[in-house]
Design a protein around this ligand. Structure first.
Ligand code: SAM
Ligand code: SF4
Length: 334
């Protein structure tokens, strides 16, 4: 018997592109020969705005996150951000990025109305960083770090830094990464690695329970719980006296499906009510392009929304969380 979600679903994660300029091992498996979408297969800026304005906002969605792949690779990104930010009903517009191209774009994105940034930064050590992102050329760490600094200076405050913790690779840096919160309003969030399209890593049990990380941090500085609004699945803590916070996203060691308030829209227009469930998806792009009126699309999305609490638990109920996934995280839009 599972608890049923009572959270209003008001948060849509929109993948803008399936391509990425990094190849993080936990996100894009080495041997993957990914088939990328053609531009014509992606939702256009106009289609995304239409879906938000006529389908999602009328259904009560208020928070939108732009992701990918790497969203900064999307052409015409700044006008899209401006258009979404100015839609009546949009209360929060954020983005998740690897920050590699951020230094040149941060000011324009801020001016266009982007409210918040989550940046993936798995290591403070350039060598480890390059190893994780699959880079064999000139190190990409410095340019990424510069992107983070520029975003901070431009006014994105607080900044959230996402760290996927991989045993034997970057877990030694957990204390150094946590220390970034000491004198900055940064929120460092440790994410348990998930087996999405990368089962080989998972079979080696490449994740560390959040509680183990908390124990390490507690032993060094102490740790107190912190109350912060709008953190979705993260459990929030604080090193006593620190300006920033520490978040723990523990999708492997804890089930937080009952707190899930989100849906995902892929770059090619598939609406996915649950990250772990590939069965229940809806092809909004085809509906739009075959002339189905937005009010009918809205009714179909509403029906899917009504089924979401049950869908959330289906994978876990069936015991198939280690099953095969057709798409990688970079394609779904993590
Ligand atoms: N490219 C952008 C970035 O890396 O921030 C946005 C897309 S990425 C798919 C979004 C988030 O998903 C990142 O924070 C990344 O660390 C996380 N992610 C990717 N694969 C993951 C996995 N297998 N388990 C847990 N988190 C993962
Ligand atoms: Fe690219 Fe982000 Fe996936 Fe890394 S986590 S490969 S940066 S999409």
């Amino acid at each position: 018997m599972v608890a049923v979600s009572m959270n209003p679903v008001d948060y849509l994660r929109i993948s803008l592109i399936d391509r990425c300029n990094f190849r993080c091992h936990y996100c894009v498996p080495d041997e993957a020969s990914l088939q990328y979408l053609l531009t014509s297969e992606q939702l256009s800026n106009g289609e995304i705005v239409t879906l938000l304005e006529q389908v999602f906002i009328p259904l009560g969605f208020r928070k939108f996150r732009l992701t990918g792949g790497e969203p900064l690779l999307r052409p015409q990104l700044v006008p899209l951000v401006r258009a979404i930010a100015h839609l009546p009903g949009v209360e929060d517009l954020s983005m998740t990025t690897n920050a590699y191209l951020l230094a040149d774009l941060a000011q324009d994105l801020y001016d266009a109305g982007l409210n918040r940034l989550n940046i993936s930064l798995d290591s403070l050590n350039p060598e480890t960083f390059d190893q994780i992102i699959g880079n064999r050329g000139k190190s990409r760490w410095q340019q990424t770090w510069e992107g983070i600094q520029v975003a901070h200076r431009v006014g994105f405050d607080p900044l959230k830094l996402n760290v996927v913790v991989i045993p034997g690779v970057n877990d030694r840096e957990v204390l150094d990464l946590a220390a970034l919160t000491g004198d900055r309003h940064w929120h460092v969030r440790f994410i348990e690695f998930m087996p999405i399209g990368n089962d080989r890593l998972f079979n080696e049990r490449a994740w560390i329970p959040s509680e183990e990380l908390r124990q390490r941090i507690r032993a060094k500085w102490g740790l107190e719980t912190a109350v912060v609004q709008g953190n979705g699945p993260a459990d929030i803590f604080k090193i006593p006296g620190a300006k920033g916070t520490l978040g723990f996203i523990s999708q492997m060691s804890e089930c937080f499906c009952d707190r899930c308030n989100r849906m995902r829209l892929s770059a090619d227009g598939w609406l996915r009510p649950c990250l772990l469930n590939e069965a229940a998806q809806m092809d909004l792009k085809t509906l739009l392009r075959t002339g189905v009126p937005p009010r009918e699309i809205r009714a179909e999305v509403k029906a899917l929304l009504d089924q979401k609490p049950e869908i959330n638990f289906k994978m876990r109920d069936m015991g198939t969380t280690t099953g095969q996934y057709g798409r990688t995280m970079s394609q779904i839009g993590g």
